[in-house]
Ligand binder design. Sequence first.
Ligand code: SF4
Length: 491
Amino acid sequence: MNPTISLFTPTPQFANDLADVVRIFWGGAQFRVNEPGGEITVAHTETEENGVRRCRIAMTGACSGCAEKTRGISSDPLLEKRYHKRLIKQALYDVMKQVTGRTPPWGSLTGIRPTRLLYEGMSRGLTLAEAETETRDIFDLKPEKAALLREIIEVQQTLPAPRDDEADLYVGIPFCVSRCAYCSFLSGEVGKGKQLPPYVDALEKEIAGTLALMDRQGLKPRAFYMGGGTPTSLSAAQLDRVLSAAQPFIDRALEVTVEAGRPDTIDAEKLAVIRSRGATRISINPQTMHDETLQRIGRRHTTAQTEAAYALARKTGFSHINMDLIAGLPGENLGMFLETLRWSRSLAPESLTVHTLSIKRSSLLHLWEAQLPDGEMVARMVDAGREEAAGRGMQPYYLYRQKHMAGNLENVGYALPGHACVYNVDMMEETGHVLACGAGAISKRVDPAIGRIERAPNVSEIKNYLERTDEMLSRKQLLWQSDWKRSAPSR
Ligand code: SF4
């Protein structure tokens, strides 16, 4: 059901958050805020009395239901804003449960980093188990989802906590050999490769300037990550130049990841360069073992190429390969996903990321509508991914959610003990500084103790990036020059 909804609310600043709650249940719902004419009307009213806020949601029209929630008003304006929004969302969520008869796996939780809620509870003095229970009860999470969050945090707590005097280095290669239909990354096709040489020149310059900034600021290397796009869209010589520019960082980093992504971009020469420059982890991502699906989604490679790429990577000496799979691809059913999981066992990756398909372009939704597995089937795929990972001795170590995900589910990274990727955790939890180079890359300075995060984004257009590389460096410089009281970070 994808109705048009007239939403009447005295707090239009929360209208998008309320729409997100409805879309947990009705993914394509459209909204008119404080305007009549929808097939369904949602009326939000509220009162404040004796320090208590009472919020009521009434739905009328094609569906009907109502719910009321109350909560004491906090004297802290920032906290109060958060609690106020949560109260309205929960009342609306209760109405949606009534009218649909469904309880979604992640309850009323929207937003991408659910582990944050547990960390926030722990920062208030709760134990991890208490924070799990609190989050489960407030947001109506299925117990297995709440338990997943706890397991993830247990693994994260075994990793070296980020320190204020260190930073990750991210290098972005926003190119791919062709464009997958569902791709939401910033990536241009390599085409004849004309943009690559000037891009590598600019990147060398930006990396050198960034390392100099680190030296001036007394920042030590933590994790290195080269992502994209697909970094192996570059030639072996270009990869060598970029990695050698980052060599002083790589030599002292905790871990070094290079995404090799598309199996059809990998050859022995590139792998040898990546290995000799010190990469400890690469990613080779089949997404599915079914060639007909790969064709359908525009990934121009085959399962045979993936197998060859894994064999080559092992021969080159890589002892940590990550594999990405996608649950919910068009034309696939549970049996096909189980086949992919069984097949992936034969390649024995040390870490496995199970994504749920997220489609942001409505044109694709339209094209694939009849072929997309329903939310319940995708949920079974995701569960199967979890069982498969557990069966191989892997532990979940990071999780994020996106909008427009099939079944409103999650993406989870699993790894064998000792193989969790520190950079992935830093990104998800936003507890460590990141210096980022390349078009569209975003540098971050964080103070987790007070929840402060400041960002310096690079321009995303490649042409602009080439023309304004010096300015990208200045943006990072400014980020670290700003008056910022440093305090002991905690994960
Ligand atoms: S390989 Fe990845 S980055 Fe490249 S087009 Fe496909 S989804 Fe996008």
